[in-house]
Write a protein that binds this ligand. Structure first.
Ligand SMILES: NC(=O)c1ccc[n+]([C@@H]2O[C@H](COP(=O)([O-])OP(=O)(O)OC[C@H]3O[C@@H](n4cnc5c(N)ncnc54)[C@H](O)[C@@H]3O)[C@@H](O)[C@H]2O)c1
Ligand SMILES: [Zn+2]
Ligand SMILES: [Zn+2]
Length: 333
C-alpha cells in the first residue's frame, strides 16, 4: 500500500510499504481521512518523548472495515468506524486506577510505537473502533478524536451553567472548546487570538466576542473559566491573571517540554484559583461521537483543506503557517 513514513525526525517519505495484516482481534480499515494536528509536528520534529522511528503518522482518523481477524465479534466488512488511537497497557498503577491516559507504557497509533493512518490501510484493535452513526459523513469523522480530547478537557472543568468562559487560541482546539462551552450552558464565551484572521470564524461558530487581547474584552472581574488552547507561555501567563476569584484555569495547549511560566502563588492562594491540566482522551471518545452526530461542532467549517498522500509535506507546511483550520489527508483521493 501507499503510506507516508517519517523515517527519522525531519524526513518525510511517501512510499510503498507492506499491507497491514489483522491480528485475531484487529480489523483493517481503508482509511478515508486523517487529520493533522500539533502532535504530528512533534512526531515529525522528533521532540516528543518516546516516539520510535520509522513511523507512519496519523492519529485522528476514520475508515471502512475491509478485513477482520478471526476473533473479531462486533464489526464486519463494510462498517464505518472512527478510531480512538490511544493504547493503554491496562496493568500499570494509572490504568488500574482508571486513568489510562497517564499510563506508564502510554502508546498511541501514529505517535509513539504503533503505525498510524496516513496510509491507504491501517490495522486497529476492534476495541478501539467506534461505529459512525448514520447521518455523520465519513469525511467528518476524523474530527471525533480531537473532539474527544476537548470533551476530556471539559470533564476536568467545573462545568457549571451560567458562567463566563475565556478561550485562548482560535485554532481547531480553541474552536472546539468554545463550541462545547456554548453547548454546555455558558453565560458567555469569548475567544482571544493574536492572529486576527482567526477571530471571524470563532464568532461565527461560538464566541459572543473576540479580541487579539483580553484587555479589549473589558471584564475586570475576570472569567470563571479560562482555557489555554495555544500552548504559548505568553498566553498562559496572561490567561492566569484573567481568572475570576474562585475560578479555574486549564492548561489544555501543549507548551514546549522545557518551558516555564510565571504566576502569582499568592493570588492562587488568596482567590482560590484552580489550575488543571488535560492530556488526550479518557472515557470521552464515545461521547465525542454523539456530540459530532448532534452537530455540537460544525464540521464543514472545522475542516478547511484536504490533500492526497503526496500532499503531506504541503499540508504540514500550511499547518505550521496557521493557514486554515483542520487539514485532512484523504489517502484514497
Ligand atoms: N490537551 C490535549 O489533549 C490536546 C489535544 C490536542 C491538541 N492540544 C494542543 O492544543 C493546542 C492548540 O491546538 P490547535 O490544533 O488548535 O493549534 P493551532 O496552532 O491551530 O492554534 C493555536 C492558536 O493559538 C494562537 N496563539 C498563539 N500564541 C498566542 C497568544 N500569545 N495569545 C493568543 N493566541 C495565541 C495562534 O495564533 C493559533 O491560532 C496545541 O498546543 C496542541 O498541541 C492539546
Ligand atoms: Zn491530534
Ligand atoms: Zn498502563
Amino acid at each position: 500500500m501507499r503510506a507516508v513514513v517519517i523515517e527519522k525526525p525531519g524526513t518525510i517519505n511517501t512510499t510503498t510499504v507492506e499491507d497491514p495484516a489483522p491480528g485475531p482481534r484487529d480489523v483493517v480499515l481503508e482509511v478515508s481521512g486523517v487529520g493533522i494536528c500539533g502532535t504530528d509536528l512533534h512526531v515529525l520534529d522528533g521532540d516528543l518523548e518516546g516516539s520510535e522511528y520509522p513511523i507512519i503518522p496519523g492519529h485522528e482518523f476514520a475508515g471502512t472495515v475491509v478485513a477482520a481477524g478471526s476473533a473479531v465479534e462486533k464489526l464486519a466488512v463494510g462498517d464505518r468506524v472512527a478510531v480512538d488511537p490511544n493504547l493503554f497497557c491496562g496493568e500499570c498503577h494509572y490504568c488500574r486506577i482508571g486513568r489510562g491516559n497517564l499510563c506508564e507504557r502510554y502508546n498511541a497509533m501514529g505517535v509513539i510505537r504503533t503505525p498510524g493512518a496516513t496510509a491507504e490501510y491501517c490495522a486497529v484493535p476492534e476495541g478501539n473502533c467506534y461505529p459512525i452513526p448514520e447521518g455523520v459523513e465519513l469525511e467528518h469523522a476524523p474530527l471525533i478524536e480531537p473532539l474527544s480530547c476537548a470533551v476530556h478537557g471539559f470533564d476536568l472543568l467545573p462545568g457549571r451553567v451560567g458562567e463566563h468562559y475565556l478561550v485562548y487560541g482560535a485554532g481547531t482546539m480553541g474552536l472546539m472548546m468554545a463550541q462545547l462551552a456554548r453547548f454546555a450552558g455558558a453565560a458567555s464565551v469569548e475567544v482571544v487570538d493574536i492572529n486576527a484572521d482567526r477571530l471571524g470564524v470563532a464568532e461565527r461558530l461560538a464566541a459572543d466576542r473576540t479580541a487579539t487581547s483580553a484587555d479589549d474584552l473589558d471584564r475586570p472581574e475576570g472569567w470563571e473559566v479560562v482555557v489555554d488552547c495555544t500552548g504559548a507561555v505568553p498566553a498562559i501567563e496572561d490567561g492566569l491573571t484573567r481568572v475570576r476569584k474562585g475560578g479555574t484555569f486549564q492548561v489544555f495547549g501543549v507548551a514546549p517540554e522545557q518551558a516555564t511560566a510565571s504566576f502569582s502563588p499568592f493570588r492562587v492562594y488568596k482567590d482560590e484559583i484552580t489550575i488543571v491540566g488535560s492530556m488526550a482522551v479518557l472515557h470521552s471518545f464515545g461521547r465525542a461521537v454523539e456530540l459530532l452526530a448532534r452537530k455540537v461542532i460544525d464540521p464543514e467549517v472545522m475542516i478547511s483543506h484536504s490533500f492526497g498522500l503526496d500532499g503531506y509535506a504541503d499540508a504540514v507546511d500550511r499547518f505550521r503557517r496557521g493557514a486554515g483550520r483542520k487539514l485532512q489527508i484523504r489517502p484514497g483521493a
